[in-house]
Design a protein around this ligand. Structure first.
Ligand SMILES: Cc1cc2nc3c(=O)[nH]c(=O)nc-3n(C[C@H](O)[C@H](O)[C@H](O)COP(=O)(O)OP(=O)(O)OC[C@H]3O[C@@H](n4cnc5c(N)ncnc54)[C@H](O)[C@@H]3O)c2cc1C
Length: 376
C-alpha cells in the first residue's frame, strides 16, 4: 500500500484537531486531518459553546485568558465571528451561605494577579439579569466571557484550514500505527498516511490512539447532556450558572434557551453513542425554572448528549509523548475545552514546529496520567 505523505498528520477532526491543523498550516507545514466520521461529529458538535474564563482551575487561567483575547478577535483568525458575543458569565449565589465561597475565589484569583473575576451584589445582579428570581443574593462575574455558535465555529475553522491548504479526510478511522525510519505510518482501511509528526486530537478516544503509539494514559469519559427550548423573546444576555447546582443557562441568538451544566448521561465509546438520562435531565430543567420562574411553562424542543474525555484532575492533556518521537497529545478537556480551542492550536503548532512553547503547560503533561496508570 503506498502512503500519502505529509509533514503532520492530525488524528481527529473536532475543533482541537482543526485548530492545531490551522496553526500548523499557517506555519508552512503540509497537514492532513484524519477524521473517523465527519468534522464536529462528537464533542465539538454537541457543545454548549460557552466561552468561559470564570472559575477555571488556576493552572488553566493563563491559557484561558490568552484564548479569551483570541475570541475577542476571532474573525481576524478564522474569517467569521463564530457567533461569539461577550455578554459575560455569572456564577450566582442563591443564598447568603453561598457567598463566602465566591468571595474566597475572587480573593484567590486576585492574589495571583488576575482581575477578570469580580463579586457583584444583588442590585448589580438584577441589573445584569432582570429575569432572575429575586431570591438570588449575588454572584461572581467575568464580564469579558460569553458564548459562541458551535456550528459556525466548526465551519469557520474548517474553511480556514482548507484555505490554508490542510487536507481533510473524513470517514477514515485510524486503526493501526507503524514506524518506518523517521516516519509514522497511520493506516485506515485501504489508505495509509505517512508523517514524521502526529497530533493526537481524538477526544474521548485520545487514550486509545495514545495506546497505539505505546503511551498508556489514564482517561475517563463523560456524556454531558443539553436541552434546547422553543424560541422566546429576549430574556437574558449573559450565561448563568449557579453555586451548588448543575446548571448553565443561556439564550441563543435565535431566542432558544440552551440549558446544560454538566448533568451526565451514559457514554459508550465502542459504539460511539451516548444516551440521555431523563431523570438527571429533569434536575437541570427544575434548576432552570427555580432560577428563572418565567420559563416554567416553556416547551422543550430537543435534548442531546455528547461524548468527551475526562481526566482525573479535569485538566487537559497537552504535550509531547515522553517516548514516541514526533507524537503530540491534545485531548481530555473534561467538559470545558471549547473556550481553549484557539490557543490550544497555537500551542500545538509551537510544540511541533519549535519543540517547545512559551505558554505554561507543565500542568497538562501526559506524564502525570501515565504515572498514575502505572501505579494503579
Ligand atoms: C454537551 C457538551 C457541552 C459542552 N459545553 C462546553 C462549554 O459550554 N464550554 C466549553 O468550553 N466546553 C464545552 N464542552 C467541551 C468542548 O465541547 C470539548 O472540550 C471540545 O469540543 C473537545 O474538542 P475535541 O476536538 O478535543 O474533541 P471532539 O470534538 O470529540 O473530536 C475528536 C474527534 O476525533 C475523532 N476520532 C476518534 N478516534 C478516531 C480515530 N481512530 N481516527 C480518526 N478520528 C478519530 C472523533 O470522531 C471526533 O470527531 C462541552 C462538551 C459537551 C459534550
Amino acid at each position: 500500500m503506498s502512503a500519502e505523505g505529509f509533514d503532520v498528520a492530525v488524528i481527529g477532526g473536532g475543533l482541537h484537531g482543526l485548530s492545531a491543523a490551522l496553526h500548523l498550516a499557517r506555519r508552512g507545514r503540509r497537514v492532513v486531518v484524519i477524521e473517523r466520521r465527519w468534522t464536529g461529529r462528537h464533542a465539538s458538535g454537541a457543545t454548549a459553546a460557552g466561552v468561559r474564563t470564570l472559575g477555571r482551575d488556576v493552572a488553566e487561567i493563563p491559557i484561558s485568558l490568552e484564548a479569551m483575547e483570541m475570541w475577542h478577535r476571532i474573525a481576524s483568525i478564522v474569517g467569521d465571528d463564530c457567533g461569539f458575543h461577550a455578554h459575560g458569565q455569572l456564577r450566582i449565589a442563591e443564598r447568603e451561605e453561598h457567598m463566602p465561597d465566591l468571595l474566597r475565589r475572587e480573593t484567590r484569583v486576585r492574589a495571583l494577579g488576575y482581575a477578570h473575576e469580580e463579586i457583584i451584589d444583588a442590585v448589580e445582579l438584577r441589573r445584569l439579569v432582570p429575569a432572575l428570581s429575586p431570591h438570588c443574593v449575588g454572584a461572581l462575574v467575568a464580564r469579558n466571557d460569553g458564548a459562541a455558535d458551535p456550528h459556525r465555529t466548526i465551519l469557520a475553522f474548517r474553511r480556514s484550514c482548507e484555505a490554508a491548504g490542510v487536507v481533510i479526510v473524513e470517514g477514515c478511522g485510524i486503526e493501526t500505527v507503524d514506524r518506518e525510519r523517521a516516519d509514522w505510518l497511520l493506516a485506515c482501511g485501504a489508505r495509509c498516511f505517512r508523517a514524521p509528526a502526529v497530533v493526537n486530537a481524538a477526544g474521548a478516544w485520545g487514550a486509545r490512539i495514545a495506546a497505539l503509539f505505546g503511551d498508556g494514559i489514564a482517561l475517563g469519559v463523560r456524556a454531558s447532556m443539553m436541552i434546547v427550548t422553543e424560541r422566546l423573546a429576549p430574556l437574558l444576555a449573559p450565561v448563568a450558572s449557579v453555586v451548588g447546582r448543575a446548571l448553565s443557562f443561556k439564550q441563543s441568538d435565535q431566542g432558544t434557551l440552551v440549558i446544560g451544566g454538566g448533568l451526565q448521561g451514559t457514554a459508550d465509546l465502542d459504539r460511539e453513542r451516548s444516551t440521555v438520562n431523563f431523570t438527571e435531565l429533569a434536575k437541570g430543567a427544575r434548576a432552570a425554572s427555580d432560577l428563572f420562574p418565567v420559563v416554567r411553562d416553556v416547551r422543550l424542543a430537543r435534548c442531546w448528549t455528547g461524548i468527551e474525555a475526562q481526566t482525573r484532575d479535569h485538566l487537559p492533556v497537552i504535550g509531547a509523548s515522553p517516548q514516541a518521537p514526533g507524537l503530540f497529545h491534545v485531548f481530555g478537556f473534561s467538559g470545558h475545552g471549547f473556550q481553549l480551542v484557539p490557543v490550544a492550536g497555537a500551542i500545538l503548532s509551537d510544540l511541533v514546529v519549535e519543540g517547545s512553547t512559551r505558554r505554561e503547560i507543565a500542568a497538562f503533561s501526559p506524564q502525570r496520567l501515565m504515572q498514575e496508570r502505572a501505579a494503579a
